[in-house]
Write a protein that binds this ligand. Structure first.
Ligand code: SF4
Length: 208
């Protein structure tokens, strides 16, 4: 079982810096974090391109757009009616997150319809530059296979495991999450490609 810090080093060495999150503005990152729920990034990109073309890729603009029009523009991201409703609500209710403490901003985000811990923490880290470690399905799958043992197999349990071992550094948290996603998509897939994996010598679940 690798230490949390050496796991990062091994992934960085294998894949290089990922330089996430794709998005030109804070609002675009927030919108992308909602649209990416239950779909892949390619579908999100098409939706965001549509919003940009129509001058709607900002929370201020989304406050006034009709729901049907918005749903049509983000159709490619799936669950488009639900996401259109959530984006409009978010645009109206989020408030000025940047002026809030991290704890207050997280609380405000989690109070929004359809925003769970992963989406909230992605927004805090990537849109607001707060040192919040994002946990997702890739992290939990890779961590479990490696033999990492959080106090509890929950979102906050996994988050505590990483946060307690790392300095609260935005760039580090940013890269670490991006590298875990890269590893989970390309190597530690549902059926893992252990041969050639950069972690195979330290992985409890390696199938070689
Ligand atoms: S060795 Fe296999 S199970 Fe372990 S991290 Fe690599 S791909 Fe995943």
């Amino acid at each position: 079982m690798p230490a949390i810090t050496s796991l990062f080093d091994a992934l960085l060495n294998a894949y290089g810096p990922q330089r996430w999150w794709p998005g030109e503005t804070r609002d675009e990152i927030i919108i992308g974090a909602v649209l990416t729920q239950n779909t892949n990034w390619g579908n999100v990109e098409r939706a965001i391109d549509n919003l940009k073309r129509e001058g709607l890729c900002s929370l201020a603009a989304l406050r006034h757009v009709e729901q049907e029009r918005l749903a049509a523009l983000i159709h490619s991201s799936g669950y488009y009616n639900q996401k259109a409703e959530r984006l409009r609500l978010l645009a109206s209710n989020l408030g000025d997150l940047a002026s809030m403490s991290t704890a207050a901003a997280r609380k405000r985000l989690l109070a929004q319809k359809g925003v769970g811990p992963e989406t909230a923490d992605s927004i805090l880290l990537y849109a607001l530059g707060r040192p919040v470690f994002v946990i997702d399905a890739y992290t939990r799958r890779i961590g479990a296979r490696l033999g990492l043992q959080p106090e509890a197999d929950t979102y906050s349990g996994w988050q505590r495991l990483f946060v307690s071992a790392l300095p609260a550094d935005v760039s580090l948290f940013n890269e670490y999450h991006a590298l875990l996603v890269r590893h989970g998509k390309h190597t530690c897939r549902p059926t893992p490609r252990c041969e050639g994996c950069c972690l195979s010598t330290v992985c409890k679940g390696a199938t070689l």
